[in-house]
Write a new protein. Structure first.
Length: 430
């Protein structure tokens, strides 16, 4: 048998081993060409509906958002809720169509709860009070909002308020008060409610075309405040020195009597409001006003309707003289010149009493003037202001001048003292 022998080359004849060529790395240029001319911003922004709708995605968000313009030419913002572009494009179109539909029907694009709007309204009222704009009236609105409106309407959406809900509120409010509120109270609640609704319309949370139910202002008229006759005022002024001289069991009681006498005389001779308007008066708020070689006491007060100057009757100087002597240890002339920032109505230690209403009631009881004989109503400190207005109108004081003096409106005076208008013109009407 023939055999074949395989011969192997010698190692020195083979030579050094040849290195295999490495495969080329794939180039990144084709991938770059796929996105040539496209910026990251362009990938995140899409324009729809001839530019009226813009779909975009923020750099740190995966969810697409949309902004669109309506006939008001303002941008409105919303979120699609989608991360996928295809779904977001469809949602953006739906959002825009719904907004256009609401616009045609006069419906608000956004809405809010009554409680949230009422809280914002309270902040606005705080700002107005700080600026001195109708502080007492705005505080009345705040009390109505906090005590009645928010507890009942606070959990409801503005667009959910209907006639049935308003009726439920009125019944609930009457139960809380314990009786049918008088017309002035209803007017206050209605005005506070309107402030909240008007703010919602202003912010775009409620459409002006929506007929939101309003609160009723109809209620029983408030009874006239009890007052004093001219003779009773003179009786009271004559009795107070005797009442003060009788003293009291304690030092504070005697001080309260001294203070109340001067306080009542100032109210009688100025017509200012009892309470904050009068108790906040400082010595620097009093000055002499001269006109035609005659001087008058002029006092700056700030109360329910803001600040104003009022003219005190000449007899008011006697009470102010006693107050200056006790409070500052000087005469009225010196007190006016010094312009002290101290309060006028203070006790001997410089403090002010919590209130004078109780002491005044005891004074009236001792003088036999506690009740108005014509109405049987119990008189209060406010009866002095009512008496001042009545006596000035009967004396022929112009109603516009009296309104400025008392810090009220002509409409308010006419409403409460309309019966006096014919009496004032009796000489011309007879």
């Amino acid at each position: 048998m023939k055999t074949t022998q395989i011969s192997y080359p010698k190692p020195d004849a083979v030579g050094p081993p040849q290195e295999l060529p490495t495969p080329p790395t794939p180039s990144t240029l084709p991938a770059l060409k796929l996105v040539a001319g496209v910026t990251p911003e362009a990938k995140r922004i899409h324009h729809l509906r001839d530019g009226a709708v813009v779909l975009y995605r923020r750099s740190r968000s995966q969810v697409w958002e949309v902004r669109y313009k309506l006939e008001d030419r303002r941008w409105h913002l919303s979120t699609t809720g989608y991360r996928e572009l295809a779904y977001a494009l469809k949602a953006a179109g739906t959002i825009y169509d719904r907004a256009r539909f609401k616009e045609e029907l006069g419906l608000p694009q956004r809405t809010a709860g009554f409680g949230a709007v009422a809280a914002l309204c309270l902040k606005q009222l705080d700002a107005e009070i700080e600026q001195g704009l109708r502080p007492m009236t705005n505080r009345d609105y705040q009390r109505a909002i906090r005590k009645y409106l928010i507890p009942h309407f606070g959990k409801y959406n503005l667009t959910s308020i209907d006639n049935n809900l308003v009726r439920e509120f009125e019944l609930w409010r009457n139960q809380q008060i314990g009786h049918m509120p008088v017309a002035s109270t209803l007017a206050n609640h209605a005005a506070a409610y309107n402030r909240v609704i008007d703010l919602a319309v202003e912010r775009g949370w409620l459409s002006a075309n929506n007929l939101v139910p309003r609160l009723s202002r109809r209620g029983p008229k408030s009874t006239a405040r009890p007052g004093f006759t001219a003779a009773e005022i003179e009786q009271l002024l004559a009795y107070m020195p005797e009442w003060v001289a009788a003293g009291g069991h304690r030092h504070t009681g005697r001080q309260m009597k001294l203070l109340l006498r001067d306080y009542v005389e100032l109210l009688i001779h100025t017509g200012m409001r009892c309470g904050k308007e009068s108790m906040n008066m400082c010595w620097q708020h009093i000055e002499w006003y001269r006109e035609k070689q005659q001087r008058y006491l002029r006092i700056w007060v700030s109360g329910k309707t803001g600040g104003r100057w009022l003219i005190a009757k000449h007899r008011a100087a006697e009470a102010l003289e006693r107050l200056a002597e006790r409070g500052l240890g000087m005469s009225l002339e010196a007190a006016i010149q010094e312009k002290s920032p101290k309060r006028v109505f203070t006790l001997d230690d410089g403090s002010q009493p919590y209130g004078l209403a109780g002491t005044f009631m005891r004074l009236l009881a001792a003088a036999g003037l506690g009740k108005d004989m014509s109405t049987g109503q119990q008189r209060t400190l406010y009866s002095i202001r009512h008496t001042y207005a009545t006596m000035e109108l009967l004396a022929g004081t112009d109603i516009h001048t009296l309104a400025r003096q008392m810090g009220t409106s002509v409409t308010m005076l006419e409403r409460h003292y309309s019966k006096l208008t014919a009496t004032m013109a009796a000489d011309r009407l007879a």
